[in-house]
Design a protein around this ligand. Structure first.
Ligand code: FES
Length: 376
């Protein structure tokens, strides 16, 4: 039998005739025909429908409704307990559990409350389906993968009637309890993910070693620091920087550290070079430099590669990764490539002994600018 040709509910099989009148016969569940239709089909039959208590008695229905709502409320309590435990219980606290012994209290409580949260939703849904949802048996014959247009439209209409047939509007307790249970259930899933991201970056992206060490009041000293050769860790006299030369520089004290060295170096690395002051087109660049000596962040503002190549003749700095090119005579503005902002300049001067020192930290963040929407 081509099952597409018939629709059956409640023990009746009705031909639709879509495959011709000779294709289908129905009598006691036996079907004979041609056109590729099986010669025999055994109708499994349908058990007589037995009404449940909640179908016949509104008191029983109310009782079932309360039990479903109660299960969803258990889920809500489990979820709330999970949230409270997550914040309130120190993860170092242990407790004794018979049969298990000493165990981590936080993990135990999180597990129990999460179980209550999940089981409350699960049992509530099952109880709802078993006691209150319509339970008439329905058989839908197999159809081609793509339904006929009229069936598709019918399906949309059925979906539209979903709220009505599920009795949600008539069972506000279930509606709101289930909504609360499902909504809150997302919290324990998301909370550990957010917590696992670690602390907020704070000012870590905009502060470098040139700002100095954070003080107790949360401020930075921003004191002058000597410019030190990297990796020799020796100070540089202004007289040593000749036109055309380039120095790789770190702030004084950074190379003495052992911890967080790589991370700090990545943000604080600087290139120092001397230009003929007449070649410098920007007054700000002259003011932030010293007699043609200028210092710029070495970290490309595209995605953070070290800018490694200086063209003496053109005064261009090139990034090897994606060929961003910065003009040193014009505040290191981008003249080619994907970088979107100039390399930040470090204001410098000299101390009493003629060594190059910073006049203060960078005035803007160094490195990639993808998180700085305003300046990109
Ligand atoms: S990282 Fe420098 S151009 Fe891409």
């Amino acid at each position: 039998m081509n099952e597409q040709d018939s629709h059956s509910t409640g023990g009746e099989v009705t031909p639709t005739g879509e495959f011709g009148s000779s294709a289908v016969r129905l009598d006691e569940g036996h079907v004979v025909g041609d056109g590729g239709i099986p010669e025999r089909f055994e109708n499994p039959g349908f058990a007589p429908h037995i009404h449940r208590g909640a179908d016949l008695d509104e008191v029983a229905a109310k009782r079932a409704e309360r039990s479903v709502g109660g299960l969803f409320v258990i889920s809500i309590l489990g979820t709330l307990g999970f949230i409270v435990a997550y914040f309130a219980i120190d993860e170092r606290v242990t407790m004794f559990v018979p049969g298990i012994g000493q165990t981590n209290a936080l993990h135990l409580v999180l597990g129990v409350t999460m179980a209550a949260s999940l089981l409350g939703i699960g049992f509530g849904a099952v109880q709802w389906a078993k006691t209150l949802m319509p339970d008439e048996e329905e058989v839908e014959m197999r159809h081609p993968m793509r339904s006929a247009d009229e069936h598709r439209e019918g399906f949309v209409a059925i979906l539209g009637d979903g709220a009505e047939t599920s009795h949600l509007n008539r069972r506000p307790l279930i509606k709101y309890a289930m909504g609360g249970a499902l909504g809150l259930f997302a919290v324990p899933v998301v909370l550990p993910l957010i917590g696992g991201l670690g602390p907020m970056p704070g000012d870590a992206l905009s502060v470098t070693f040139w700002n100095g060490e954070k003080e107790e009041d949360g401020k930075y000293p921003n004191k002058p620091l000597r410019l030190m050769r990297d990796p020799q860790n020796t100070p540089i006299k202004a007289s040593e920087v000749t036109i055309g030369s380039v120095f790789h520089v770190m702030p004084e004290g950074l190379l003495d550290l052992e911890h967080h060295l790589l991370e700090e170096k990545g943000k604080a690395a600087v290139l120092v070079m001397r230009l003929d002051p007449d070649d410098i087109k920007s007054q700000k660049e002259k003011d932030w430099g010293h007699q043609g000596i200028v210092a710029y962040s070495k970290i490309c503002t595209h995605v953070g590669c070290p800018v490694g190549l200086y063209e003496q003749q053109t005064h261009h700095l090139l990034c090897p990764c994606h060929q961003s090119t910065f003009d040193v005579t014009q505040d290191c503005k981008v003249i080619f490539g994907p970088a979107k902002r100039p390399l930040p300049q470090l204001p410098i001067t000299v101390d009493d002994e003629g060594y190059l020192i910073s006049k203060g930290p960078f005035k803007e963040a160094t490195g990639p600018s993808f998180w700085e929407r305003g300046s990109a």
